[in-house]
Design a protein around this ligand. Structure first.
Ligand SMILES: [Mg+2]
Length: 433
């Protein structure tokens, strides 16, 4: 914890859904749900209009449909999310050289490394507001919520308090006043299982957590987690903002244009990635104990699973064996579009710190067979030879219905075509860089 509120956490609001509403003018102000379009799919992001009906991330598509049947259910367009995220990260890097992205829609910024006259509350508040305005400007209207505080933990907690399109600055010295009444699950790493264990021990709030001895917490939750929680309950968090994430872990991941469904193929890809991770570790002279796999499902739900070995390794075969076992516990029947393997050298219990989101396509030499592709997924970009650009409104029984509009047009007309109409094509963005 620093003596100044100099760590900023920025979180884009309902990011995937917001990008869809920007690019599909007819959906602005309406409930939009990204993910959950397939029979087994889950919701990735719901717009705030859909959240009012009780729809939230990780809910099954079936339940989301029951709660909000009139929502637009879209399959998601990762290229658009990634391009918009890049613009936002660029804005953050203009402010400070120390930016640590956590995912496409979230990052920490170290304001102490920015060129500011001072780090007084009034100054950083002004910087935060200017940053939010700049993000809205470069993204064509996507809003962000910002938290500014003396540590990563508090900045992240603060950015949750005034969503959407808001900001909270925690003045140094007031951290514990803010934390004490909060429930323990605001602490990153406290998921349902840990919450439940704490609840059974009578611990619901951070004030209650603060009253428990470190020995007791270690007994309840294990060494690393117990010690970490004991510190965070006191707002003690000294983690620096790390721009170069490769320093913390070595990982390799690949994104695939078509959803992978073949288990054997996925295991083969993981094995290959694990070998590459092992080779890089040996080259760097490092080793690590924690092996993590990252799997992004067809609906953009991103899962990660970790396993910690009794001793450090840099052996590709060992990493591969653990990675395949971890994959075995995941339900991937809906299809997978990203796979990754990483090894962390630190006993770091914050899993989200293991991966950067920028290392895609590192193993593009792997030949991935074409799995069958849904030709006209809802929400996908299309182009018609005469009508121009639009998006798939719906399809079935050999018919595709398209709404012709883009971010730069007013709400556009809807037309239907035969699914095999030669004038209708999927639209892909021009190659990046
Ligand atoms: Mg967000």
């Amino acid at each position: 914890m620093r003596s100044t509120a100099s760590i900023l956490h920025l979180d884009l609001d309902a990011f995937f859904a917001a990008v869809e509403q920007r690019d599909k003018p007819s959906l602005r102000g309406k409930p939009v749900i990204v993910g959950g379009t397939g029979g087994r799919g889950v919701v990735s992001t719901a717009s705030y209009e859909a959240r009012r009906y009780g729809v939230g991330s990780a809910m099954s598509g079936r339940e989301a449909r029951a709660r909000c049947p009139h929502a637009a259910f879209l399959s998601g367009r990762f290229h658009a999310y990634r391009a918009t995220s890049k613009e936002v990260m660029r804005v953050l890097r203009d402010l400070s050289p120390l930016v640590e992205p956590l995912s496409l829609d979230e990052a920490f910024v170290d304001l102490a490394a920015a060129d500011l006259p001072d780090l007084e509350v009034a100054t950083v508040t002004e910087v935060g507001e200017q940053l939010r305005a700049r993000v809205r400007e470069v993204t064509g209207g996507i809003t962000a919520t910002v938290g500014i505080a003396s540590s990563k933990f508090l900045a992240k907690v603060a950015s949750e308090l005034d969503k959407p399109d808001g900001m909270t600055v925690v003045p140094p010295g007031t951290e514990l006043d803010l934390l004490r009444p909060m429930r323990v699950n605001v602490i990153p790493g406290v998921g349902p299982a840990t919450s439940e264990r704490l609840r059974r021990a009578g611990i619901h709030t951070i004030a209650e957590l603060e009253a428990v001895s470190e020995d007791e917490l270690v007994r309840l939750l294990g060494q690393a987690h117990g010690h970490g929680l004991w510190q965070l309950a006191r707002a003690q968090d000294h983690r620096p903002v790390v721009a170069e994430r490769e320093a913390k872990s070595i990982s390799v991941e690949g994104t695939y244009d078509t959803d992978l469904t073949d288990r054997r193929l996925m295991e083969g890809l993981l094995t290959r990635q694990a070998r590459e991770v092992g080779a890089r570790m040996r080259k760097n002279g490092t080793s690590g104990r924690t092996v993590t796999i990252k799997v992004r499902l067809y609906d953009f739900t991103t899962l990660s699973r970790s396993s910690t070995l009794p001793s450090p390794t840099d052996d590709g075969a060992t990493i591969a064996r653990v990675a395949r076992t971890l994959l075995g516990d995941l339900d991937t029947t809906g299809g997978v579009r990203l796979l990754g393997v990483g090894v962390s050298g630190l006993a770091d219990w914050v899993q989200e710190d293991l991966f950067g989101d920028t290392g895609e396509d590192e193993d593009d030499e792997v030949v991935v067979p074409e799995p069958p592709r849904r030709a006209w997924p809802p929400g996908a970009d299309v182009e018609h030879d005469e009508m121009g650009r639009g998006w798939v409104w719906g399809s079935g029984s050999g018919v595709v219905t398209v709404r012709f509009e883009t971010a730069d047009t007013p709400p556009g007309p809807v037309r239907s075509f035969r699914a095999d109409d030669p004038a209708l094509h999927r639209w892909e963005p021009p190659a990046e860089e």
